[in-house]
Design a protein around this ligand. Structure first.
Ligand code: XMP
Length: 519
């Protein structure tokens, strides 16, 4: 049985726009469940009664390229209210007798639209009859179908907002889902509440109740194992399963010796002592360091760590008899096709190690209770499940841990130095209210020693690199600009407190061309 939720929903048909996930998130932020499907996959017979409205996304195609095998046009004839955004708006017009052509003036970026007629879709949307909106299109509707009327226009798009009242079709040439569009959320909320008349059904509390119910049904009296890393996703999965099935859940936490300072103690204190989970703590520090001796190639490090992790996990998993399920923290963006089309080049650049990628050969059934949630929803659900803010708002931490923040060879001395430096940096960010403004931050230890002077003595010690970035999703990133006073304070603190470091540098490269991690 899958964990599909049987809720009323808004279906978003994805034509490949970079903003499609935002549409789904906006609907959910308004308290309504939404699902995203690719235009190539959804067929009219799959549109069930619990789909109360459809949103057609934008996309890079041209409507005249939209062949039958790329979109089942019968979906437009089911009598369900439809909101077309940008390319979706052009589809609605084109398939109801209108015309679309290349715009004389392409519109990219901010544009002003002005109100021309009344419509439920724009209730409380316009402030003083003119709004700023975000456009991104090269084609536009040049002739409206007969049943459609104009609601608003921009200087270059006569048909910026249109509607066909009888069919409940609405089209907007701009992107209401992006924050640059003034009051854009109002368009989405009017569509879902006033036009589709769907009721609010999506909150952290309702997700918790639904997911626990579904997990109990799926698991029955069986046993589940889960690789706990202490990161947000695996922590929320573990706590959700803990609430649903209690002692039928066995979490395995492998200390690779490459974790942040005191991380293993915190994980044991939270999950074993406070939350009373069946937590199997494996201290494999020595095994990892032994395998990594004299290895300095980044890819080799990643592969050694990934393989050893799986081996150790299997070793302990086998000790628990009659396990039927493996729990994983797969999230919704991992499943959405458009994400992988636009997405993760990183996996090709680096062999990723993730507790999610556990062994297929273990022949366990998967339980992936977060697979319909976005990251921000997972965080809120974690809070609803009484996980502490410290766990929920933690910066991402890579599976291979400190090994990839220490170019060159790895040894215990370097690990200890790095743990201290990272700890001081992260603590300073928290103390100065900066931690939550930064997407990810860490200290790294570079494999060079440089000369310094402390007191009257010459020093010859390691170089510490600090990295702090802002990002939306880790795919692109920019470095965070610290005030001079903060940079001065943290460099003094690290050099004065840690024997082994006598110089601190700050990484000012963005991604691309650099990556977030050093290796
Ligand atoms: P890069 O360095 O590729 O990192 O720009 C992008 C994001 O991915 C994280 N990262 C990993 N996460 N296993 C993980 O679970 C890995 O092997 C891994 N490598 C990088 C990195 O910390 C950043 O958030």
């Amino acid at each position: 049985m899958s964990l599909d939720l049987n809720l009323d929903k808004i279906l978003i048909i994805d034509f490949g726009s970079q903003f499609t996930q935002l549409i789904a998130r906006r609907v959910r932020e308004l308290g309504v469940f939404s699902e995203l499907v690719s235009h190539k996959k959804i067929k009219s017979f799959q549109i069930k009664q619990n789909i109360k409205g459809i949103i057609l996304s934008g996309g890079p195609l041209n409507v005249y390229q939209l062949k039958n095998n790329l979109f089942d046009k019968k979906i437009l004839k089911l009598g369900i209210p439809i909101l077309g955004i940008c390319f979706g708006h052009q589809i609605l017009s084109k398939f109801h007798g209108g015309k679309v052509k290349k715009s004389k003036h392409r519109e990219f970026g901010l544009a002003k639209i002005f109100k021309r007629n009344k419509s439920l879709l724009i209730k409380n949307f316009f402030k003083k009859k003119i709004n700023k909106v975000w456009m991104s299109h090269a084609d536009q509707v040049s002739r409206l179908p007969k049943s459609f009327k104009v609601i608003a226009s921009s200087e270059n798009s006569k048909f910026a907002i249109v509607e066909s009242k009888i069919e409940k079709f609405f089209g907007v040439q701009f992107h209401p889902e992006v924050t640059h569009t003034e009051n854009g959320k109002k368009i989405i909320s009017n569509f879902i509440f006033l036009i589709c008349k769907i009721k609010r059904n999506w909150s952290s509390k309702s997700q918790k109740i639904q997911l626990i119910k579904k997990i109990r049904l799926q698991i029955g009296t069986n046993k589940v194992i889960c690789a706990l890393s202490g990161g947000v996703d695996s922590s929320v999965v573990a706590q959700l399963l803990n609430k649903a099935i209690g002692k039928q859940l066995y979490c395995i936490f492998v200390n690779t010796g490459l974790l942040r300072k005191n991380e293993e103690k915190q994980v044991v204190a939270t999950f074993k002592k406070k939350l009373k989970m069946n937590l199997i703590y494996v201290n494999a520090e020595k095994e990892f360091i032994r395998k990594l001796t004299n290895v300095s190639d980044p890819e080799k490090k990643r592969i050694i760590i990934g393989n050893l992790f799986i081996k150790i996990f299997e070793r302990y998993a086998k000790k628990i008899k009659n396990v039927k399920f493996l729990a994983q923290g797969t999230l919704y963006p991992d499943l959405i096709e458009s994400k992988s089309v636009t997405g993760s080049q990183t996996s090709k650049i680096k062999s990723h190690h993730n507790v999610g990628g556990l062994p297929k050969k273990m022949k366990l059934k998967l339980v992936e209770p977060l697979k319909l949630l976005f990251k921000d929803e997972v965080r809120k659900l974690g809070l609803e499940l009484n996980l502490s803010r410290d766990i929920i708002s933690r910066h991402p931490f890579p599976g291979p841990g400190l090994a990839i923040r220490m170019p060159g060879i790895i040894n215990k001395e370097k690990i200890n130095i790095l743990k201290e430096a990272d700890h001081y940096f992260i603590q300073a960010l928290k103390d100065h209210g900066l931690y939550n403004k930064i997407w990810q931050a860490y200290a790294a230890l570079l494999p060079v020693k440089t000369v310094g002077v402390m007191g009257d003595n010459r020093t010859y010690e390691y170089l510490c690199l600090l990295r702090a970035i802002t990002s939306e999703d880790g795919m692109t990133a920019d470095f965070f600009e610290f005030k001079k006073s903060f940079s001065q304070m943290i460099s003094n603190k690290i050099v004065n407190s840690i024997r082994g470091i006598n110089r601190v540098v700050y990484d000012i490269t963005s991604k691309p061309p650099s990556t977030i991690e050093l290796e």
